[in-house]
Design a protein around this ligand. Structure first.
Ligand SMILES: Cc1cc2nc3c(=O)[nH]c(=O)nc-3n(C[C@H](O)[C@H](O)[C@H](O)COP(=O)(O)O)c2cc1C
Length: 301
């Protein structure tokens, strides 16, 4: 879907809204939803108007009218055999509906997350910094979503020598098991101006990836700050979170929340929403001075 250059940012939703409205209207009736269910679960392929009318307990003209509506929105397909017309369900259209719905949900959720931040902190953006490493992109995706929700800054650390699929599972795993710090860029991360740190890493061999060990060491001005940490993994986080917490504690950072996420968690967005809530909860609220001005953290979006 192309940007329309009218919405900022364009999610592509504007283009599909009229089509979605028609789809919702077609599906927004109990009898039509029952028809969808009957046709989707029919194994005979010989459902006609009279069969559907009988199963629903409605007249044939009423069933015909419902079928026409579903057909005009592409959910139902008909085929003629002699004098009889049979109906079947168009699965592709439902898949398209789901894609549109997912797009709508993600656009709305981003806004809701923003609203959560604004309501709780009285600010539109958090003066926070997400420091993360990502090898295959999963942790980066989480970091991007945090930024979308909280309007904070991102610092992505990279290893000076990039890992290949082979070296990640050999040298990388070995470094991770030994808690080694890989050389990274940037080699210094000044976080002195932030009110909250968020540190994210993939789990490598049940421990934090070596690049994030280096990132924790590279933090400058982190003493006395609060942090939320998250790890992404395939269901076996092992000791990654406690180790990351301990490394941060050694740098004078207080970890107030620790979250483990899998790719599956992210698909449902529930775990990610929980993470955003934890970040918002962890954020120090600005204190008011005598003249009702906020002291401390404010950041323009
Ligand atoms: C070298 C290596 C070691 C890994 N070790 C583990 C592990 O011990 N436990 C686990 O659940 N997942 C493990 N994974 C999977 C990653 O933690 C998971 O896919 C993560 O979400 C990837 O994040 P990224 O895309 O930001 O790199 C490993 C992946 C790699 C490349």
């Amino acid at each position: 879907m192309d940007d329309c250059n009218k919405c900022d940012p364009c999610t592509g939703l504007c283009e599909i809204v009229p089509e979605m409205a028609g789809m919702f209207k077609a599906l927004g009736d109990p009898n039509r939803l029952r028809i969808v269910h009957l046709l989707a679960t029919d194994t005979t392929g010989t459902m006609g108007v009279s069969d559907l009318a009988e199963k629903l307990g409605i007249s044939q003209p009423a069933a015909s009218q419902h079928l026409r509506t579903l057909k005009s929105e592409g959910f139902v397909i008909s085929r003629r055999e002699g004098f009889r017309v049979y109906f079947s369900f168009n699965r592709d259209r439902l898949v398209q509906f789901q894609d549109y719905f997912d797009l709508m949900c993600s656009a709305v959720m981003d806004r809701c997350d923003r609203e959560l931040v604004r309501k709780t902190t009285r600010q539109t953006a958090l003066n926070a910094c997400v420091v993360f490493y990502s090898y295959t992109g999963v942790t980066r995706e989480v970091a991007d979503r945090i930024r979308n929700a909280c309007g904070c800054d991102l610092v992505e650390v990279k290893t000076v020598t990039e890992y290949s699929a082979f070296t990640a599972y050999t040298t990388g795993v070995l470094h991770s098991r030994r808690g080694i710090c890989d050389p990274i860029t940037p080699d210094e991360i000044d976080v002195s101006r932030y009110d909250l740190l968020v540190i994210g890493t993939p789990v490598w061999a049940w421990k934090p990836a070596p690049a994030i060990n280096a990132a924790v060491r590279a933090l400058k001005g982190c003493e006395g700050k609060r942090a939320v940490v998250f790890v992404t993994n395939r269901g076996q986080p092992g000791e990654a979170l406690p180790l990351l917490e301990a490394a941060l504690a050694a740098r004078g950072v207080e970890v107030v929340a620790a979250v483990s996420l899998t790719k599956e968690d992210m698909a449902t967005r529930k775990a990610e929403n929980d993470l955003i809530e934890r970040i918002v909860e962890a954020y120090p609220l600005p204190v008011e001075d005598g003249q009702n001005r906020k002291i401390g953290s404010t950041k323009a979006t």
